[in-house]
Design a binder for this molecule. Structure first.
Ligand SMILES: [Fe+2]
Ligand SMILES: [Fe+2]
Length: 264
């Protein structure tokens, strides 16, 4: 088995613009970078709000192996059932104990490397979730010892809380990264004990928007402070993703590189 594994992480995919960009470019990216395993955040797949089987299957067919989630997890009611049946989906481990589904999953790459994907949600400006740090410790305890490659999606608003998680898991996870703000950060780093870290992967969506939503409606809510529907932009999507190479035996990160594909 090859010693090095290439993992591609895609952040929040917003509606049609994000899905179209991935349909056009993801299979090519997987070939070009010899990607062994792909994880994406699916909380905004269906027109910006949650996901359903149809849009999830679209992403799996393009090469996504596991889908993480976030605060929009239950926006589409059918996902309550879908997540129980399909273990390619994870939702934050520190949701209520009554939440269906799982906070981590283990899948294999094409050549048989086992990869764990853990999903957490922040507490700062996010809602009354349980402690993500305790949940991370619990997930790592539960993941079988022979699984060396561990990817952690920390879905959170506050950069500081995400950075805290990066250090909390340094040496215990392969890649800790943030999602949710929809804006990519350029702070990719490999920490002292071998954990790759990036505060936010950024959205795969149209950036001619306000975090993926049409400018007019979103701005109306800010300027007029009156109710207005959010509508996801449907075209002109950019891909922001991050490629991490991991030593398959130690689980430690070897390199980290941001990838940007502008709209075509
Ligand atoms: Fe999101
Ligand atoms: Fe979110």
């Amino acid at each position: 088995m090859s010693e090095k594994l290439n993992v591609l992480v895609i952040g929040d995919i917003i509606g049609k613009a994000g899905r179209r960009a991935l349909a056009e470019h993801l299979p090519g990216l997987i070939d070009q970078y010899q990607v062994d395993f792909t994880v994406a955040n699916g909380e905004n797949l269906a027109a910006g709000f949650g996901l359903n089987a149809r849009v999830a299957e679209e992403m799996f067919a393009l090469g996504v192996d596991v889908m993480t989630n976030g605060n929009h997890c239950w926006d589409q009611r059918e996902f309550l059932q879908l997540i129980e049946e399909d273990d390619r989906h994870v939702r934050p481990m520190n949701f209520s104990p009554h939440a269906p589904g799982r906070g981590w999953t283990v899948k294999e790459s094409a050549v048989g490397h086992k990869i764990a994907v853990v999903n957490l949600i922040g507490q700062t400006f996010m809602g009354p979730w349980d402690c993500p740090f305790a949940a991370a410790d619990k997930a790592l305890e539960e993941i079988p010892d022979d699984v060396r490659i561990i990817l952690v999606d920390m879905h959170a608003e506050a950069s500081s809380e995400k950075m805290g998680m990066g250090w909390h898991l340094d040496g215990r996870a392969s890649f800790v990264y943030g999602t949710h703000t929809h804006i990519p950060t350029c702070d990719e780093i490999i920490h002292a004990s071998g954990t790759a870290y990036q505060t936010d992967i950024g959205m795969t969506a149209s950036y001619q928007s306000i975090i993926g939503m049409k400018v007019e409606g979103a701005l109306y809510r800010m300027v007029q402070r009156l109710p207005q529907r959010f509508e996801a932009v449907e075209r002109g999507g950019s891909i922001f993703a991050t490629l991490v190479s991991v030593d398959a035996n130690s689980g430690k990160a070897i390199s980290i590189e941001r990838i940007h594909i502008p709209p075509s």
